[in-house]
Design a binder for this molecule. Sequence first.
Ligand code: AMP
Length: 224
Amino acid sequence: MVPGVKLVIFGKQGAGKGTQCQRLARHYVVPHISTGDMFRAAVKSGSEFGVKAQEFMQTGELVPDDIVIGLVSERLSDLDTRGRGFILDGFPRTAQQAEALAEHLAPDEIDLAIDLEVPTEVVLRRLAGRRVCQDCGTNYGPDNPPKEDDICDVCGGEVIQRRDDTEAAIRRRLELYEKETEPLIAWYLSRDQLVTVDGMGTPDQVTARLIRAVDTRREHRHAR
Ligand code: AMP
């Protein structure tokens, strides 16, 4: 396997995106860039930026485009991402963000955008029981609880329910996903950059499907 890849991962909240992005980042040896994790870290640090982001996050609203685009552009300019690539999780979420990403990368482009597909009723069930490590962001659910209550298996941090996993905020995030983010899936499809991957099954099964989709795309690109 050749390390390095440029991926965008779409999926409703609760589709297993965070977990799968962490696994793909390890597999392809690239940074996992999650805008949600970046905002949560800012909130935790208590910075002015974090206080501002929290106002939007708590209600499930999107943080304004200029703030998010600035943050991601800066991260994509770092040496590691310029050299090896990235897995973008939670970005882009609006048409303006997708255009900014394409501009930032031009004349290069992403290898692939993946739509990790899970039915809404399943994500709603998963979100109700979702918990996350507040230090490293590892996700836990009813089917994969931490080995020791409330303690992260990976880093020993505290495992808590996300503050924005309230019923109203979850509903609002799903609504915004349909309105703002789903049209982007069509946009990447029209550019022949999108594949849909079934997100149902065990985490290992889903990871295997994702790797197959990415490797198939890379083989085709190299064959061209
Ligand atoms: P996530 O962990 O991806 O569900 O993101 C948590 C929250 O962070 C979202 O509900 C938004 O308030 C904010 N957020 C994360 N990524 C973005 C983005 N690309 N654009 C706008 N807001 C974002």
